[in-house]
Ligand binder design. Structure first.
Ligand code: C2E
Ligand code: CA
Ligand code: CA
Length: 897
């Protein structure tokens, strides 16, 4: 408070004045006492009322101190009132004494004022609140007061009252005044005894001491009265009032000192006092007996009563103590039960309870640590387990512990991994609370729960939800999530690349070698692709044999280089269950940037991937704007072709194969056409590639086979010897990889009743070098008795070893080698080769008589081409045969030079 220092300064000044006055008054008093009339006693009489006034003033100030509790202020106010009356008393006393010629004199007014002062003095003492307690306690307090009052009374009687009454007749003091003094004095003593016994909690201890000293000084001063009987100018009040007044002033000035001691100290205070009183009384008794004084009877009676009171008081206290001890025992027992209950709870809890010092050292750790971390609890005490924290979790624990220890009451919940004794890590969920300011704990309490299984289950679940179980790669959901995240924030400066990857021929592996090998191959492929990218890129398996890669901050040539490396890695044969398998894949790439639409990018990558597939196996294609149209066209064609198959819009035309040089019909090749409802008759070049890509070639090829076989059988049935000797059917690579192809051929033959030897299946060179499935199908076809023909011979990467390993019955020289005028090496060489290997050679695309003649001259005996006949509908061919017009026509053409 602002004026507190000023307050204190005034208190100090007043106190100083009071002290100086007390010293001066005492000195003067003793000078007068020692030197007698040589010193004017008047000074003492003038100083005395001033001492009372100063004390009253300081008490008044204490009574107005807002910092004191209400009870203390009340006490000081009453005290100042009593001292004001004392001042008046002393003024009156001085006046009467001085007026009587400076000789001590107590008139009626002074006597009454004195009595009023003592009564008023009792008021603050009685007014101090007494500590409440049990009935036994109140009885004890009553007895204590009784003992002190009895002790005081007997001393008072022996030293003062007895003489007062004895002097009454001779002195100026009336019996009334003396009685009044005694009564009021007794009341003050009782009040004092009460304060002494019960304490005064609301008063400062130092104030109480000073007040006690004032009372003692007052009492002692009064006791000195007999010494002054021969000094009429002096009165004990001349010494007592300034000294006691100073002590009271001191008490008032020290009002704000440390508050009175606690309840334990207050309980103790009366005991020594009690024994002191008893001892003093017994000492008085001895003195009285030795002196053989006149009042040894009342002193003896008083001493006996007092002793009896002390005994009763002690007995009561003893009983109370016993009672208290019993209650204490009960409380203690209950406490022990409580403590035991908590201990058992902590010790048997599955959670680890730890109390640590703020520096991290363990003070207590519950036995559960043995189960959770495999560590004995005892050796851990005094150590820290920070070194057991997983290195990645050190920052977490530092941040949380730092927060907790920064202030009492702080708490934190966090998860860290701690090393188990077996070397594994357990995940603990820890709740730490700072209880350093809690005296019963004085540390950081942590409750740690082992949540390893929960966390693992959670991780497993979220892993399974976002990963492909077989390969461990991200799944479609996670890929979409990463893609969305990669294009969301970064703006157009942030580049990304999406690559869609489709394995070529994977279905064949799955179908022919079994799913186990297929799965093994997928795992191997996933590993090789993952090895080829950075850890920051995302590779996902979208399903089946489809994969996707998301490159962040990478594009253009850099991505192409990565894909080149991946393609190279995939091409190296890998051993899966004893099968050496090499993989080729088609890559569709699209470059994107922040802000692009994820759906669009994926669609564009898909278009690029289809283009890559279309261009040939193992290709890589970057998306080019505008290619959507082709993709759309292709999908439209696919659905239209499917409709065509079911609506019988497909037809077969047959092109004759003739003998050279006669031009006699020896066989036909079935060539498919689409009678498109709006676009007219479409050649195979317009829809076969699309059918191959979409897989529709399989049902389409099945239809061609059945129709061709049925037609061949029909011709045989109809024309007998005149019917075409062989029926050639084209089969694409995709069909031959289909494991059911040989069975389809067998079924077509059985259903039509056609002799297998009359059916020739035409395959291209690239088909012939296809994987194991193709080879198996070819073998199965040969086993059926079906003839095989190598189409477009010379255009592919034919090798002699191919011919040796894939035995065919016929080779068809591609039309690009149909000889032009002049010597022709290739046509001749191919014929030589065919003859050497025991195969039939057919020359294709013969358009001119010159070509026919030359081929004939080279030694070719089979030919096909517009020169002889174009592909034609079956009824047309049939008519030609019947009328023999065709043969005639063919013959005439062949003969032409
Ligand atoms: P290909 O197997 O080489 O069939 C012969 C192609 O050459 C036919 O074309 C035929 O019309 C054409 N041609 C015949 N003689 C001559 C000639 O003197 N000069 C010229 N320039 N061309 C001649 P088309 O019918 O358009 O068939 C094209 C290709 O379509 C066929 O080539 C064959 O690979 C494929 N194809 C046709 N039908 C089928 C089928 O049913 N299934 C499968 N998988 N492919 C088929
Ligand atoms: Ca052909
Ligand atoms: Ca051909």
């Amino acid at each position: 408070m602002d004026h507190a220092p000023r307050h204190a300064a005034w208190d100090r000044r007043l106190l100083l004045a009071s002290g100086a006055l007390a010293v001066t008054a005492s000195a003067w008093f003793f000078l007068v006492f020692a030197l007698g009339a040589a010193i004017p006693a008047l000074v003492s009489w003038l100083l005395m009322p001033c001492g009372a006034a100063l004390a009253a003033g300081l008490c008044h100030r204490a009574g107005a101190d807002p910092l004191l509790p209400g009870a203390a202020r009340r006490f000081w106010r009453r005290m100042s009132l009593a001292l004001a009356v004392l001042t008046a008393t002393m003024v009156s006393h001085s006046y009467e004494s001085v007026a009587a010629g400076v000789t001590t004199r107590v008139g009626l007014i002074t006597g009454l004022l004195h009595a009023a002062f003592l009564l008023l003095l009792a008021w603050p003492l009685f007014g101090l609140p007494m500590a409440a307690g049990s009935r036994a306690r109140r009885v004890t307090v009553g007895l204590d007061i009784g003992v002190i009052v009895a002790g005081a009374a007997i001393f008072c009687w022996h030293f003062v009252a007895r003489h007062l009454f004895a002097d009454t007749a001779a002195g100026d003091v009336s019996i009334v005044t003396s009685a009044g003094f005694l009564i009021t004095g007794s009341i003050v003593v009782v009040g004092t005894a009460k304060v002494a016994v019960t304490g005064a909690g609301s008063l400062a201890g130092r104030s109480l001491t000073a007040l006690g000293a004032a009372l003692v000084a007052g009492g002692l001063g009064v006791a000195l009265t007999p010494l002054l009987s021969d000094r009429p100018a002096l009165d004990t009040t001349l010494l007592v009032v300034p000294v006691s007044g100073f002590l009271v002033a001191l008490g008032a000035a020290r009002r704000a000192g440390p508050r009175g001691a606690g309840p334990a100290a207050r309980r103790q205070r009366h005991s020594p006092l009690l024994y002191l009183v008893a001892a003093a009384t017994n000492a008085l008794l001895i003195a009285v007996v030795v002196e053989d004084s006149a009042d040894r009877i009342p002193v003896t009676v008083a001493a006996v009563i007092l002793t009896a009171l002390v005994v009763v008081r002690q007995l009561t206290a003893l009983r109370e103590n016993e009672h208290l001890l019993g209650r204490l025992d009960a409380n203690f027992l209950e406490l022990r039960h409580k403590e035991q209950r908590f201990r058992l709870l902590v010790q048997n809890s599955t959670d680890v309870v730890t109390i640590t010092e703020p520096d991290g050292r363990i003070r207590y750790i519950s036995p559960a640590v043995q189960r959770v971390l495999g560590l004995a609890p005892r050796p851990l005490v005094g150590t820290s387990i920070v070194h057991r924290v997983h290195p990645e979790d050190r920052a977490t624990i530092a941040a949380n512990v730092g927060h907790v220890i920064s202030r009492p009451g702080n708490s934190a919940t966090y998860q860290v991994r701690l090393a188990h004794a077996d070397g594994t890590y357990r995940t603990l969920e820890i709740i730490s609370v700072n209880l350093t300011d809690e005296p019963s704990v004085g540390g950081v309490v942590s409750n740690s729960r082992d949540v390893t299984e929960t966390v693992q289950a959670h991780e497993r679940l979220s892993y399974e939800a976002t990963h492909d179980v077989l390969t461990g790669l991200a799944n479609r959901a996670l890929f979409a999530e990463r893609l969305a995240a990669s294009i969301t924030p970064a703006g157009p400066g942030h580049r990304i690349s999406i690559v869609l990857i489709d394995l070529d021929d994977f279905k064949t592996v799955n179908d022919t070698l079994g799913h186990a090998v297929g799965d093994g191959l997928l795992v191997a492929v996933a590993e090789r692709m993952r090895a080829g990218i950075r850890p920051t890129d995302t590779i996902a398996r979208l399903g089946g044999d489809e994969f996707a890669i998301l490159f962040e901050g990478l594009g253009g040539a850099a991505v192409d280089r990565v894909l080149g490396r991946i393609a190279g890695a995939l091409a190296v044969p890998v051993d899966i269950d004893g099968h050496l398998l090499a993989v080729r894949a088609s890559f569709g790439v699209v470059d994107g940037r922040g802000g692009d639409d994820a759906g669009n990018l994926l669609r564009q990558a898909d278009i690029a991937m289809y283009e890559a597939k279309e261009r040939g196996e193992g290709g890589c294609q970057r998306y080019r704007p505008g290619t959507e149209a082709r993709g759309a066209e292709r999908s439209r064609l696919a659905s239209a072709l499917l409709a065509a198959l079911t609506h019988d819009e497909l037809v077969l035309h047959y092109q004759p194969v003739v003998t050279l040089p006669e031009g006699r019909l020896t066989g036909v090749e079935a060539l498919v056409r689409w009678e498109h409802p709006t676009r007219g008759l479409l050649g195979p070049g317009e829809f076969i590639p699309g059918a191959e890509q979409t897989g529709l070639i399989v049902p389409l090829g099945r239809w061609v086979l059945r129709t061709a076989c049925r037609q061949a059988a029909a011709w045989i049935a109809e024309l007998g010897e005149l019917a075409p000797g062989t029926m050639s059917v084209n089969a694409s690579a995709r069909q031959l990889r289909e494991p059911g192809f040989a069975a389809d051929v067998a079924a077509a033959l059985t259903d039509s009743g056609l002799d297998p030897h009359r059916l020739t299946v035409e395959i291209t060179e690239s088909t012939a070098v296809g994987g194991g499935a193709t080879q198996e199908t070819l073998r199965a076809l040969r086993t059926l008795g079906v003839r095989l023909s190598l189409d477009d011979f010379g255009t592919g990467a034919s090798t002699l070893s191919l011919l040796a390993n894939c035995p065919v019955d016929q080779i068809k020289l591609d039309r690009s080698f149909a000889p032009v005028p002049g010597p022709d090496l290739i046509a001749g060489a191919v014929l030589q080769l065919a003859r050497a290997m025991g195969m039939e050679a057919v020359a294709e695309g013969v358009e001119t008589p010159a070509q026919a003649a030359k081929l004939g001259a080279l030694g070719y005996v089979r030919a096909q081409g517009f020169h002889f006949a174009r592909p034609m509908p079956p009824e047309q061919l049939g008519t030609g045969i019947v009328t023999d017009g065709f043969s005639a026509l063919a013959g005439s053409l062949a003969a032409r030079p």
